[in-house]
Design a protein around this ligand. Structure first.
Ligand SMILES: Nc1nc2c(c(=O)[nH]1)N[C@H]1C(S)=C(S)[C@@H](COP(=O)(O)O)O[C@H]1N2
Ligand SMILES: [Mo]
Length: 201
């Protein structure tokens, strides 16, 4: 059993797989949305780290180590705040449960950090219990760089800006801390079913 804190609330299932949240439309292509250039970190230099709420690095995987972790196939709908949704996307990735297994923490929040300085914040309870993955595969192949390869966060029950591309680690925090878009006016939580797009929604 993981020793990680479950935070508040239990498992939040994706409320409507195959359904369209309010204000969204369906796309068949896969749009690319990036603020800034696509970073290209060599797999030799890539690592994934977990930093706890005291600032200590408590876990680190190199690319081969990360790829040796148990991976899952995930089919989910994704919803961008700019109103496109893509239904039934197929991913392969390591669950955040797996990455945090055995890590003792009292943190209630997490910030995902990426190459290129992108960050996004989430309640810890939103990335546990089969709700979030670090995905390295898409649609049967490697995740392409423009979509966040070699690996990105995948948190499909929240707007897709929470799914940080080129993710390199998770920082556990006692206090919530807005990420890149959250500091620029996007909603702090970002539930597509409640249309939490921007501050005040
Ligand atoms: N590192 C990083 N991750 C990011 C972004 C970004 O600009 N940088 N954009 C976010 C936004 S707003 C969306 S909608 C999705 C887009 O992912 P895609 O380009 O694979 O469609 O990535 C999210 N993750
Ligand atoms: Mo987005």
């Amino acid at each position: 059993m993981p020793i990680v804190s479950r935070g508040f609330g239990g498992r939040r299932r994706q409320p409507g797989v195959g359904l369209l949240p309010p204000g969204q439309y369906i796309v068949d292509d896969f749009p690319v949305l990036t603020a800034g250039p696509t970073p290209h970190t060599s797999l030799d230099d890539w690592d994934f780290t977990i930093v706890d709420e005291t600032g200590s690095q408590v876990a680190r995987w190199t690319w081969p180590e990360f790829r040796g972790l148990p991976a899952e196939s995930i089919t989910v709908d994704i919803h961008c705040v700019t109103k496109w949704s893509k239904l039934g996307t197929d991913w392969t990735g390591v669950s955040v449960d797996e990455l945090l297994d055995g890590i003792e923490t009292s943190a209630a929040y997490v910030v995902a950090f990426s190459d290129g300085d992108y960050t996004t914040n989430l309640p810890l309870s939103d990335v546990l219990d089969g709700q979030a993955w670090v995905a390295f595969g898409y649609d049967g192949g490697d995740l392409e760089a423009e979509h966040g390869g070699p690996a990105r966060l995948l948190v499909p029950h929240l707007y897709f800006w929470k799914s940080a591309k080129w993710v390199r680690g998770l920082q556990l925090l006692n206090e919530d801390e807005p990420g890149f878009w959250e500091a620029l006016g996007y909603h702090n939580y970002g539930d597509p079913w409640r249309e939490q797009r921007y501050w005040g929604d």
